[in-house]
Design a protein around this ligand. Structure first.
Ligand code: ADP
Length: 428
């Protein structure tokens, strides 16, 4: 209607001109009016065409009349479109951030097993690059045969456990999930720590069984001997019983160390601490050491550290006792064993220095592992279980202390427990 009004007006004027002047004059007037109308619309169409090439709100042309309405409708449409696009972009960003925060690697694969997207953890696990590798076939990038076989087998009920080519110290558990028809999500989880714990558990069971088997075999042998030979001399019987008692003592030691270790490892409750006299505790440890030595070593005790200490007395007695017992067991007769309680740069330190056999440097980092021994037979001969230093390390951890080992072969070793400076303040 709005477009036709000017035309109707000019037709009326033309009719008037025809009446008062001539038909030619009226027609010329009409042609001129129509010509300008066409030119004006063509110009606006041209502006629309130019603007549509890069339809942005800021560049929308200024017009009037009917074209103003057209452009204002277009303005609304573009604005709405921009808003929807912004909302979608925000949603996408949200999803991207959520997948980036997932504790698992995620790769989306299309029907042809090409990568559609992946999160940063998947980039790390498989050495992918989210930008570079999009639309790449996953089997070109992750080439391990077991992975390709798993991908093609189509049975994804059980996860695949594999080591990625780039990090052979990492163990991944991989699972594929089908979605949206033929697409798949590849989920990868780093289970290195779990595998390590599982290996440790298996080793531990094997070690314990082995440790128990040796004394059991000995005891068993003697029992069978005694059964088969009822008329053995009293002397031989006594000797067999002594040896059996020694082996059962060994098993008893082992079981009690195992129980201590397991209690320390499983105890999640906060450490029960008290303030106690260090003098009393060190006196007990010192006397125990002398008893163990049976006069074979020269013992000394130096005490310059805090007299009162805040910690778990029973556990510390066990840790200090273990270090002293080791010093006695690994120091040949006539050697010296020095116990020292002192402050070192504000830290209370308990140390046991011996003039014993010492330890080769390469063994030192592993001494606190359960059942790790430098010399198996020496440890066994002296009644060792291979768990002493593991217990010491645990007790140290529970007291936020650090175990330091300094040793020179054939010269001797110093084992020190360095406590946090705060315990010295509590103690004074
Ligand atoms: P064990 O019961 O075998 O002594 P530990 O855990 O107490 O077990 O010690 C682990 C190993 O560390 C020992 O087998 C021994 O080889 C070495 N070790 C510990 N203390 C000393 C020491 N004072 N001198 C020399 N070697 C030591």
């Amino acid at each position: 209607m709005r477009v036709s009004w000017p035309v109707l007006y000019s037709v009326l004027i033309a009719l008037l001109l025809w009446a008062v002047a001539s038909a030619i004059f009226a027609l010329s007037f009409m042609v001129l009016v129509l010509f300008f109308a066409v030119i004006r619309h063509a110009w606006q169409l041209y502006k629309l065409g130019v603007w549509l090439k890069d339809a942005r709100i800021e560049t929308i042309p200024e017009t009037n009349g009917i074209w103003d309405e057209v452009f204002s409708l277009l303005y609304k449409m573009v604005k709405q479109h921009n808003q929807t696009r912004q909302e979608l972009a925000n949603e996408l960003l949200n999803i991207e951030q959520a997948t980036a925060a997932l504790p698992e690697g995620v790769v989306s694969l299309n029907e042809a097993k090409r990568i559609e997207w992946c999160n940063p953890l998947a980039e790390q696990h498989f050495g992918l690059n989210a930008k570079r590798d999009i639309q790449q076939d996953i089997t070109y990038l992750v080439r391990q045969p077991e992975f390709i076989e798993y991908l093609h087998a189509g049975n994804y009920s059980e996860p695949l456990v594999m080591k990625p080519a780039r990090h052979d110290d990492m163990v991944l558990s991989i699972k594929l999930i089908s979605y949206g028809g033929n697409k798949r999500l590849l989920i990868s989880r780093d289970i290195t720590q779990l595998e390590r714990i599982e290996t440790m558990r298996r080793d531990f069971v094997a070690n314990v069984s082995h440790e128990m088997r040796t004394p059991l075999t000995v005891v068993n042998g003697f029992v069978e001997n005694l059964q088969d030979m009822p008329d053995l001399s009293q002397d031989k019987i006594r000797r067999a019983l002594d040896l059996m008692a020694e082996q059962t003592r060994r098993m008893d030691h082992l079981v009690s160390d195992l129980l201590t270790l397991s209690r320390l490892e499983n105890d999640q409750s906060p450490l029960r601490c008290e303030t106690f006299s260090m003098e009393g505790l060190l006196g007990e440890v010192y006397r125990d050491g002398q008893m163990l030595s049976g006069g074979r070593h020269q013992h000394s005790l130096e005490m310059t550290g805090p007299t009162k200490f805040f910690g778990n007395r029973e556990e510390l007695r066990s840790a200090f006792g273990n270090l002293v017992s080791n010093a006695v067991r690994y120091t040949p007769d006539g050697g010296t064993i020095k116990l020292c309680w002192a402050l070192r740069a504000g830290h209370p330190v308990f140390s046991v220095q011996d003039s014993g056999i010492g330890i080769e440097e390469q063994h030192i980092p592993r001494l606190t592992e359960r059942f790790y021994r430098v010399d198996r037979s020496r440890s066994r001969e002296t009644g060792g279980t291979g768990l002493g230093l593991a217990i010491v390390k645990h007790i140290a951890l529970r007291h936020q202390a650090r175990l330091e080992i300094v040793s020179v072969q054939e010269k001797g070793s110093t084992f020190s427990l360095v406590f946090p400076a705060s315990t010295a303040n509590d103690g004074h």
